[in-house]
Design a protein around this ligand. Structure first.
Ligand code: HOZ
Length: 431
């Protein structure tokens, strides 16, 4: 499956750049983190993407996480086909919202009530507004390298595209917007404690990706999440888990079940929309009932609870509920183990971080436990590896600081084909 030419993609990129900044709708996709030009996709099926020149790739982006069943899953596409003739948006409630809300609340007991929004950015922004209103405090605490969307107050030491492009915290964000945002190193409870002591009675909430996925995959060290839970209780602050990536990916109960933590608020997105734009935040009824129209905390959206997104989300969760996450785990482990072996035999030092079906090979010999250690990776070598893989028909996230996602659609043959390519790619990257 070696890739031949990308003339049509090149032509499309030229057109795209004339009318869109960087030719893309979201920065990481522009390949700036690996140089070269983005590939324009025409269609996708199962674990595969097909580009505008007819080249085929085994995909490990999965739309940056949502497509845990692979592309164009028949139940999701079939449900959307049936839903389409009924209209695309009503600006009025539907039974679909109730059905999806019931599915989510039954899977995640910490969510008693949920509000649907259109993106992860909206989910975190709204959850933080609610937390501030509840706690009657203004400060929030996040972690370096975690990314919770692009709301002004959260663009502080952010991961994802900000890390990929090596940007300072964004111009255009007024100082006032981030003045109440504190940031601590991930996995560093002592720093969190110090901030709680320094800003006693001022921190409304701690927001965390339970498994960081936007500086590459960085698992929580044992005791980190439970330590956050204890400390937030002790200081009467809320714990917000951003499960936009991990929700329904690390298991039916997400990271909160895996690590046995009950957060106050949870942010969701990606998988719960089945590949359509969606976000959600939820938690205890006492908290959620502070949201308008019952309570005074305002938050709204024209396309929120969109019937097509709800339909795709329901179909996704219906299918996922019957899936065996152990199978996904074993495929991801096969890939991770094979990558370590291939890198070792090529003499390329890597640090492979993996939790379930999320993984990142960091191009460094040292352990990666936080943003500072992630940034010590050899991003030039990663870029070389990335292009060698791409030319062999393997589509990876175009950044050292994004997660690879294994889906239920990846077969053992797909994984082994990927490893064959990796064997060669590591050898070239070693040079
Ligand atoms: N923040 C997203 C990945 N972590 C970017 C998604 C995209 O570019 O599609």
């Amino acid at each position: 499956m070696s890739v031949k030419r990308r003339d049509h993609s090149h032509e499309l990129f030229g057109r795209a750049q004339r009318v869109m900044p960087g030719g893309v709708s979201s920065p990481v996709r522009a390949f700036k983190g690996v140089s070269g030009e983005p590939i324009f996709i025409e269609r996708a099926d199962g674990p595969r993407l097909y580009d505008a020149d007819g080249n085929e790739y085994i995909d490990y982006i999965a739309s940056f996480g949502p497509l845990i069943l692979g592309h164009s899953h028949p139940h999701i596409i079939g449900s959307l086909r049936k839903a389409l003739p009924r209209g695309t948006s009503y600006g009025a409630p539907t039974e679909l919202e109730i059905n999806l809300a019931e599915k989510i609340t039954s899977a995640l007991p910490a969510i008693e009530k949920i509000r649907f929004v259109n993106s992860g950015t909206e989910a975190t922004m709204s959850a933080l507004r609610l937390a501030r209103a509840f706690a009657k405090r203004d400060k929030i605490l996040k972690f370096d390298g975690c990314y919770h969307g692009h709301a002004d107050m959260l663009l502080v030491q952010a991961g994802s595209g900000v890390a990929t492009l090596g940007l300072p915290d964004s111009p255009g964000v007024p100082k006032g917007a981030t003045a109440e945002t504190l940031s601590a190193p991930f996995n560093d409870l002592d720093s969190v404690k110090a901030l709680f002591d320094d800003f006693a009675g001022q921190i409304a909430a701690v927001i965390v990706e339970p498994v960081a996925g936007n500086m590459g995959v960085v698992p929580p060290t044992p005791g980190f999440l439970s330590g956050l839970r204890e400390m937030t209780h002790q200081y009467k602050s809320l714990l917000i888990m951003d499960e936009i990536i991990t929700g329904f990916r690390l298991g039916w109960g997400g990271a909160q079940e895996l690590y046995d933590i009950k957060p106050d608020l949870i942010c969701l997105g990606k998988i719960i929309g089945g590949g359509l734009p969606v976000g959600a935040y939820g938690g205890r009824a006492e908290l959620m009932d502070m949201v308008a129209p019952i309570g005074p905390v305002y938050q709204a959206g024209t396309l929120a609870g969109n019937p097509l997104a709800m339909t795709a989300g329901i179909a996704m969760l219906e299918t996922l509920q019957a899936c065996d996450y152990a199978q996904l785990e074993s495929r991801a482990k096969r890939l991770a183990d094979g990558l370590v072996k291939a890198a070792r035999s090529a003499g390329v030092p890597i640090q492979l971080n993996r939790v379930g079906s999320m993984l990142t090979p960091f191009f460094t010999a040292d352990e990666v436990t936080d943003y500072a250690s992630a940034k010590r990776s050899d991003t030039k070598r990663f870029a070389k590896f990335f292009h060698e893989m791409l030319n062999r028909g393997i589509y990876l996230p175009p950044s050292q600081f994004e997660a690879w996602f294994v889906s239920f659609a990846h077969s053992i043959e797909d994984i082994d084909q990927t490893l064959e390519a990796a064997n060669q790619a590591f050898k070239v990257a070693a040079a």
